[in-house]
Write a protein that binds this ligand. Structure first.
Ligand SMILES: Cc1cc2nc3c(=O)[nH]c(=O)nc-3n(C[C@H](O)[C@H](O)[C@H](O)COP(=O)(O)O)c2cc1C
Length: 368
């Protein structure tokens, strides 16, 4: 049984915060598919939250089916971070996570995000203020350090453990690295060793059950957090749980099941954001589902201009008809049209020519 302080968790697999994506509809979709327990929101500015800015409140929108939920805060003013944590506790949020990995200039300039990895004393004092003010767990999410010459994560982990942090999430890359290269499993192991009995959750490039198992094995981490792999395959939590428990792989989800879950996701988007905004937001979500559909140009061309729920049904209907030409007599994609499976970069030999890195969604957060 994994615990973050007083919070008992039913799964050691976690959803990583993905600004712009880890909203209520996505979390509910993943929870319905299964295998996930603690999920998190996108990062939220602590000051905006205490000022009850409507955009910040929308980012933490939740419902009883969306439990347990962590809210990720960013900020560098100790009083604001403390007050935001208290506010979240009063709202019934299960856990507060602190962003210490964001490389975006706007966040780092004011001492938040990955700048927190460079000032251990100041950061530890800020975290202590939060831990002392709330009963719910306070966790931290960091990268390995600012750059290869400053791999401060183990030192930061020790400092945070001393002030009572309940768990540490670590993405095995430096800020300077962005998303390039491979995730450094030995770097994560060093954070695990530094944190002692406090759980460390390994993160980075987990896109398959085997990669999740490897993250556990190579780093000794207590849990694994999955970001982009969850867009690409919402079944990853359920399939990884099964693999970790039984050593066997569940079959890949069928086209029909992928379509069912995609439609459910859209319905939730419309419910939470309204039809116009929900459909507009879904333009960047649908292509993630369709990566596993086989030939897809016809679908993607139309879905990126989606304006209404009814239009989506029309797009889907004509796509299903169009896709028939690529199927064999059993209704399966002919071998030459099957999508290649995405293999985590750290599962591949450096010399491998088949290496495929995980796509990073386009946008201002490209360098997370
Ligand atoms: C589009 C996008 C948005 C992200 N937003 C956040 C964020 O709000 N807070 C955060 O701590 N990390 C954020 N990250 C980093 C992820 O949580 C995660 O650490 C990183 O993607 C590596 O994990 P993965 O390989 O499983 O995706 C973001 C990453 C991406 C690609």
């Amino acid at each position: 049984m994994l615990r973050f302080g007083s919070l008992e968790l039913k799964s050691n697999l976690f959803l990583s915060p993905l600004a712009g994506y880890t909203n209520l509809p996505f979390r509910l979709t993943l929870r319905e598919v299964g295998g996930l327990d603690l999920a998190t929101t996108d990062l939220v500015n602590a000051r905006s939250l205490i000022e009850r800015n409507p955009k910040a409140l929308k980012l933490i929108e939740t419902c009883p089916a969306d439990r347990p939920l962590a809210v990720q805060l960013f900020g560098s003013v100790p009083e604001e971070m403390r007050d935001a944590a208290v506010m979240l506790q009063e709202m019934g949020i299960s856990s507060v996570d602190i962003n210490m990995g964001c490389p975006v200039k706007k966040v780092c300039r004011v001492g938040g995000g990955s700048a927190m990895m460079t000032e251990l004393g100041r950061t530890a004092a800020l975290v202590k203020g939060m831990v002392d003010a709330v009963r719910i767990p306070v966790t931290a999410k960091m990268r390995l350090g600012w750059d290869d010459d400053n791999l401060t994560a183990p030192d930061l982990a020790r400092a945070l453990v001393d002030v009572g942090v309940a768990a540490i999430f670590v993405h095995g890359r430096t800020r300077e690295q962005g998303f390039s290269g491979r995730v450094n499993l030995q770097g994560i192991r060093r954070v695990v060793e530094a944190a002692g009995t406090v759980p460390v959750i390994g993160n980075g490039d987990v896109t398959s059950p085997e990669a999740a198992a490897m993250m556990f094995r190579e780093t000794g981490c207590a849990g694994v957090s999955i970001g982009r792999g969850a867009f690409y395959n919402p079944w990853i939590f359920q399939h990884s749980r099964h693999f970790l428990e039984t050593g066997t792989l569940l079959p890949e989800s069928s086209f029909e099941e992928r379509v069912r879950v995609m439609c459910r996701h859209l319905d939730l988007m419309v419910e939470v954001f309204g039809e116009v905004h929900g459909c507009r937001m879904f333009r960047k979500v649908a292509p993630w589902y369709s990566k596993r559909f086989g030939p897809v140009s016809e679908f993607n061309r139309r879905v990126v201009q989606l304006v209404s729920r009814a239009e989506f049904d029309g797009i889907l209907h004509s796509y299903v008809e169009w896709r028939l030409q690529f199927l064999d007599a059993n209704g399966q994609l002919k071998p030459q049209y099957r999508p290649s499976s995405l293999v985590s970069s750290f599962m591949q030999e450096p010399s491998s020519t088949t290496r495929e890195s995980i796509p990073v969604p386009k946008g201002p957060v490209e360098v997370w």
